[in-house]
Design a protein around this ligand. Sequence first.
Ligand code: C2O
Ligand code: CU
Ligand code: CU
Length: 485
Amino acid sequence: MVTRRSLLGAALATTGAGLFTGAALTPLLAAGGARAAGAAPAAPAVEPFRVPLPLPPVLAPLSTSGGTDTYAITLRRTRKEILPGLQTEVLTYNGHFPGPTIRARSGRPVVVRHRNALDMPASVHLHGASVPPESDGAPMDTFAPGTTRTYTYPNRQPHASLWYHDHAHHMESEHVYRGLSGSYLLTDGTEQALPLPSGAYDIPIALRDARFDEAGQLVYVMDDALGRTTLLANGKPYPYLEVAARKYRFRLLNSSNLRFFRLRLADGGEITQIGSDGGLLPRPHTTDALWLSPAERADVVIDFSRYPVGTKLVLENTVGPGTPEQTGHVLRFDVVRTASDPSRVPSVLRTLPPLPAATGARTVELRMDEDGGAAPKGYIDGKVYDPDRVDTVVRHGSSEIWTITNPNTVMPHNFHLHLVQFRVLERNGQAPDPSESGLKDTVRLLPGETVKVQATFDTYRGTYVYHCHLLDHSAMGMMAQLRIN
Ligand code: C2O
Ligand code: CU
Ligand code: CU
C-alpha cells in the first residue's frame, strides 16, 4: 500500500543537485526519481515526435461593431484524438482542445457570450486580466447548464499573454484538466512597435500533463501528481514542430493542474526570455533553462539559425514526477529549411512604471496537509476557502507588499492573485532572477520558499480570489478572498 506521504516524497524526491540555486530547497522536483508506485501507467505508451504540433484556431468575432469585439463560445463535451487511434472524451470551448485563441487589443473591449452545453455549472475566468468583479468568473459566480453568460473584458491594461479557464467552485481543477482552457493574447502599440518574430513565427504553446487509461480516456484523481505522466503540447502528446532556421517567438503557458516544468533545449542552447505573465520584460534575459509553474507564462525567442537544416532539437523538461521517457521530453523542433529573418530582439523591450511607495504590508502562508491523511486540505493562513468569508480587505489605491511563504517540506505551491499584475521584489531574501523582472500574476513557491511581491490595487473595487494555482490544491481549499474597498 502506497501512502500519500510516500507518494509526495517520491514525487518530489531528488536525484540530482544543482538544478537551481537559492534557499535550502530540498527536496527538489526531480526527474527520473518518481516512477508511479502502485499506479502503473495504464495508458498505451506514446512514441514521441510522431505528430505535428497543432495550433489552436484563432476565434473569429461575431461582430466588431461599436468599437467592441463580440465572440460566442459554447462549452461542450466532445471526443478528440489525443493519443494515436483513440478517441478521448474532453470538455471544450467550441469543440477545441485546448480552446480557441482570442486575440485582443488594449483599449478595445471584448465581449464573450458563453453558452453552457455541459451538464454542470461553469464559470469562465480570464487569468491575468484586470476586469470588474462581475466579469471575473469567480468560483461561486457560475452559470447553469443550458444558460448563457456574457463576460465583458475592458482590456484597459497593457499587452499580455493571458489565458481563460474554468473556475467553478470545487470543479475548476477537473474542468480545466478535461480541457476547459484557452489562450487570450492581448497586444498593444508598445508590443507591436517591436521587431520581434511575428505572424507565423509567433506561436502559442500550452504545455500540460495528463493521465490516460487503456482506452485513452482521461483519468482525473484529485492530487494525482504521479499518475499524470503523459505530456501534451497544444493538446497532442510530444509533438514535433517544423521550423525554419531563423528566430521564433513561443508563448509558453503551463496549463497543468499540478506539474512544474523546468525547460531547456537538449543541447543546452540559448533561450531568450522576452516576457512573462504580464507581457514583455523590461529587457531580454538569456538563459539555458526556465521554470514554469502552473498558470505561469514565459514568452521566449529561440534562434534556430545557429542550427544546420536537418537538426532535430528536443525541448526537455528536467523536473519530475515521471521517468525521463515519460516527462523528460516535451516536444521537438525540426529545422527543415532556411529563411530570411527581419526580426530582432531589441535590448530594451518596455519601460515599466516605477513602483509606488508601499502603503502597507502583509504575510500570506500557503500550506497543505502533508501528513498522509485520506482527504488532505489546503490552507491559506490556516484557513480553508469559504466563499462567505472575506479574508483580506485593502483600500482602493493602496500598494501593498505581500510576503508569501510555503512552509511545506515536500509540496511546491504557487500564488496567484486575480485582477492585479504584481512585481516580484524578492525571492528568499534576494533580488529575483531577471525572469521575474516583469509583471507577474502567478509566482512559484518551491518547498520552503518565501517570495515578496508588491501589488497595487488601483483599478476595480470588489471581491476577488487569490489562491494556489495548483488547481487540485485550490479545489482542496487553498484559496482566499480579497476585498478592495
Ligand atoms: Cu487562473 Cu483563479 O485563476
Ligand atoms: Cu486568475
Ligand atoms: Cu498548492
